[in-house]
Design a protein around this ligand. Sequence first.
Ligand code: GDP
Length: 570
Amino acid sequence: MDTTRSSGHEKPSSSREEAPLVEPKKTAEPGRRGGYGGRWCHVLLATFLLSFTLLYLLSRVGWSPSQAWPQAQGDGAVADKDNKGYEDASSSPIGTRKDKLLGGLLSPNFDEQSCVSRYQSALYHKASPLLPSSYLAVRLRKYEALHKKCGPNTPLYKKSVEHLKSNHKVENLECNYIVWTPYNGLGNRMLTIASAFLYALLTNRVLLIQVTDEAVDLFCEPFPGTSWVLPLDFPIKDMGSNHRNSPVTYGNMIKNKRINLSVNSSAELVPSYVYIYLVDDYKHFDGLFFCEDEQLFLNKVNWLVLQSDIYLIPSFFLWTTYKDELQQLFPAKDTVFHHLGRYLFHPTNSVWALITRYYESYLAQAEERIGLQIRTFNWPHISFEEFYKQIISCSLQEFLLPNITNDEQFYLSRSSNVGRPKAVLVVSLYGRYYEQIKSMYYDHPTTTGEIISVFQPTHAEQQHTEKRGHNQKALAEIYLLSFVDVLVTSPFSTFGYVSQGLGGLTPWILLPSWHEKAADPPCRRALSMEPCFLNPFYFNCRAKKDIDPGSLVRYIRHCEDKVQAVKLID
Ligand code: GDP
């Protein structure tokens, strides 16, 4: 395998080919710099010797690019919205070109020690393949100002809460809110928080999140000088229960004609709050949220409470009202979650300690890190043996991992200078996959002579979303996966979607297997790093009939792992 590449796994050229030790001599072009040849030679020699000495000294003091603090760039280089901010990721070594404010994405107005991950993640993540647009940076700063003005315990927040308590109908309040409530696992939650945040940004609302016991001490505050945590004395009390059949969901209000959109939404008909129920089993009336006309009504409601477990963002890209705004915010449409995720989700110091301790202990020294995110669901069912077979055939076919051989002689006679090992990070609820992959590389040498080390941080064997420690470890593993160079993910898994988005990684997705057999082909390269919107609304409100949402615009396509679902591509 060509070990000079840090990512991207095309077919390897001969693994034992070596670059020539001495470059072939080049003769100076006649008539051009020839007269200065001697002096140039001296200058070059002196420069070479100086660089060599410097490099040697730096290596003696233990400097490595990944430990280097980012170059101070103030607010960071912000991408020009027309050139999409493409950066030549290969042009400089990791670390030396890192900007702790992520190209203007992060505000500099935080105390660094209260949340070390906020400015340190840049040292571990690959630099973003695409910088955020300058417009996104401006809008984030504007949002932060709004949040500070309307956030918990401000006079304007108190006024809106009083309005909610008194159940007055519509009133032109200065601050409008979207309250996010937790539903399902951590991956689902992170996708819906990002969705709620972008919705807030587009509709000038303030995002508040309900932090339940099991989620305390997971994330730092993302907005400076204020809080996004919904105060405990918030007057709506039953937010934890499933609202599928609740009379206060928007869908049920329409269904039961408690609100009537055709009446031009007079003040009497606009409630002070509604639930938006968009859990994966949402019904037709709930799905009307995705209709642009309904948004005109929802804009008048002071408090929206979101209960959802799906990534909603691709649907916003079908609204004509926000088309230009979204284009300016995200000139590259496949970077929405990537930027929002890096902006919003900063692990607390206790989780960051888990992450960095594990990384430094097991992954930092590797030449390349390969992440295998292995998640199985009850349906479609697949046995351990079949899924294992699929994971290995994907990894070998796509040249992500080297094959094994019985040729111990080749291994024993190889040069001792085989380079640093490659680390495989297995992330799964179960320990069996790790055990088997580890044994594979322990029992056999690789055909390439590479050394493969296999690690797994935890294997809880069961999902325990209700436990704080379990969620902290889940977040740590999502983050560790986002640091790898090459990622393989499982189908339908929001856990995997979040890792790929945070890492800016386009993964190989294991394809769903039907009839309990390993899928063939076993995997494919994703179309983009964006998460999949697993349950899109097929009803087209304008046409008043079902239309495939993956057929409407060039930048919304069917997902690799679920053909009925859609995702953003660029
Ligand atoms: P999804 O179900 O794959 O879409 O991902 P979610 O994150 O929404 O829910 C799965 C939950 O199960 C996670 O939040 C964790 O609590 C747990 N879980 C699943 N896979 C893993 C894993 O590989 N490692 C850890 N630590 N927890 C996991």
